[in-house]
Design a protein around this ligand. Structure first.
Ligand SMILES: C[S@@+](CC[C@H](N)C(=O)[O-])C[C@H]1O[C@@H](n2cnc3c(N)ncnc32)[C@H](O)[C@@H]1O
Length: 414
């Protein structure tokens, strides 16, 4: 601005006229208003600062809490696994180790032209949900456990077992044609760090103690059994269980096995049940058999004539008898040899004919069992008491142990 544009300078001390009263009041009013405005601005500034502070603290709190919670989650994971995470499959997924994508069992069967062999009771399960369900029926499989699978065939159940991540998996398969598919599975499973052994052998001759010398691992016996051998295999294993040998050196070895539906029902049949038979009593002396579920025949390829029952047999911690397996088996077999007659008829065939009636009566009395019950009406305990008194009788009459009422020289009409 030039000097000409500026107004004249006022020298207040000299020439300025003194403000009158009204002007002074006006100035005072303006001054008060200015003071008010300054106070207001100060208040607004203070409030802004407070709000900014509060926001800052909140942001820091949220940030801090997020970091803390993430750490807390990690800690909880180690300490108490949530139910879902306790599943070994979840563990495998968490660690990033899982089976790589593979051809389906159906594709493998086609690819390797694996025609089912009737003489080996081969019926394949292709549905992963069913194979998973069978393995789930075995209960919890810990990362230190060993699973022995009987007759893996092309490997459907084997895959479901691998997803449960045991420490060791042992396969026993009689048919070497499955070599390629099982080897493929073994290679795919190598990142899982599971000890994976395949034996091409007959399970009925398989030496458990030789292949599983260490008893520190819990064993799960799992298998979609060949029908042709299922009952024989179960009887063999019950024998091993009674003697605490083979896979049963540990009392917690459970069996999760498939049977023809009717056989499965017999194994689990209660006293008085229509299906009650020798197999029910023998299974229930040393184990608690649990019927898990039924697989319709149409789920198998090729389709068998019958449906299939999945049974889990849990060894009893305290077996109901200390008698040897073969003695119990002999007595129970004789009792059930005449299923619809009074139980004294079948039991009597254990004894030579000369004094049969008399001795049998005494033994029934000593066992406190009513001899007019039908075999299927006898409890396991009653069968065992009849076995015990028979065993005591052998002490005084050892010759009776060798008596066989079917032998030609003893042939008779009962
Ligand atoms: C019913 S198939 C089950 C196949 C396969 N686990 C599945 O579920 O699709 C029975 C399997 O047991 C095998 N097998 C038959 N007799 C056997 C035996 N004595 N010892 C071992 N495996 C046997 C058969 O070769 C067949 O692979």
């Amino acid at each position: 601005m030039s000097a000409s544009e500026q107004g004249p300078k006022i020298k207040y001390g000299e020439s300025a006229p003194k403000p009158d009263k009204a002007q002074l009041q006006f100035m005072k009013l303006i001054e008060e208003q200015n003071l008010d405005r300054v106070q207001k601005l100060k208040r607004i500034r203070r409030n802004n600062l407070l709000t900014a502070g509060a926001l800052g603290v909140s942001v820091l709190a949220i940030y801090g809490y997020s970091i803390f919670s993430v750490q807390q989650e990690k800690f909880l994971d180690d300490f108490e696994e949530p139910k879902k995470m306790a599943q070994p499959s979840a563990r495998v997924l968490q660690s990033g180790m899982r089976l790589p994508p593979m051809p389906t069992i159906r594709e493998l069967v086609k690819l390797y032209r694996l025609q089912a062999r009737k003489q080996l009771s081969q019926n394949f399960l292709m549905d992963e949900r069913l194979t998973d369900k069978i393995v789930k029926s075995a209960g919890r499989i810990d990362p230190k456990d060993l699973v022995l699978e009987v007759g893996p065939g092309p490997g459907g159940i084997t895959r479901s077992i691998l997803r449960r991540h045991p420490q060791r998996l042992l396969l026993v398969e009689k048919d070497p044609r499955f070599g390629e598919t099982l080897q493929l599975l073994k290679e795919c499973a190598s990142p899982l760090n599971i000890q994976f052994d395949i034996h091409y052998d007959d399970i009925l001759r398989f030496n458990m103690e030789q292949h599983i010398p260490d008893t520190s691992q819990r064993i799960h016996l799992i298998g979609n059994l060949p029908f042709a051998i299922s009952t024989r295999l179960l009887i063999n294993w019950l024998d091993d269980l009674a003697a605490r040998r083979g896979a049963f050196r540990r009392i917690d070895t459970c069996m999760t096995l498939t049977f023809q539906q009717e056989v499965a029902e017999r194994i689990c049949a209660p006293v008085g049940g229509e299906q009650r038979c020798r197999l029910s009593v023998m299974s229930q002396v040393w184990t608690e058999p649990v019927m898990k579920f039924t697989i319709p025949g149409k789920a198998f390829v090729p389709k068998p004539q019958v449906d299939v029952g999945v049974v889990k047999l849990i060894p009893l911690k305290r077996p109901k008898t200390q008698l040897p397996f073969h003695l119990v088996e002999r007595v129970v077999r004789h009792i059930f040899s005449m299923r619809q007659k009074y139980c004294r008829r079948g039991y009597g065939t254990l004894l030579p004919p000369e004094d049969r009636e008399e001795v049998a009566q005494k033994l029934f009395e000593r066992a406190e069992v009513q001899d007019t019950l039908r075999p299927f009406e006898l409890t396991v305990e009653q069968c065992l008491r009849l076995a015990e008194v028979y065993s005591e009788h052998l002490v005084t009459r050892p010759d009776v142990a060798a008596y066989d009422y079917r032998a030609p020289k003893n042939a008779e009409v009962l």
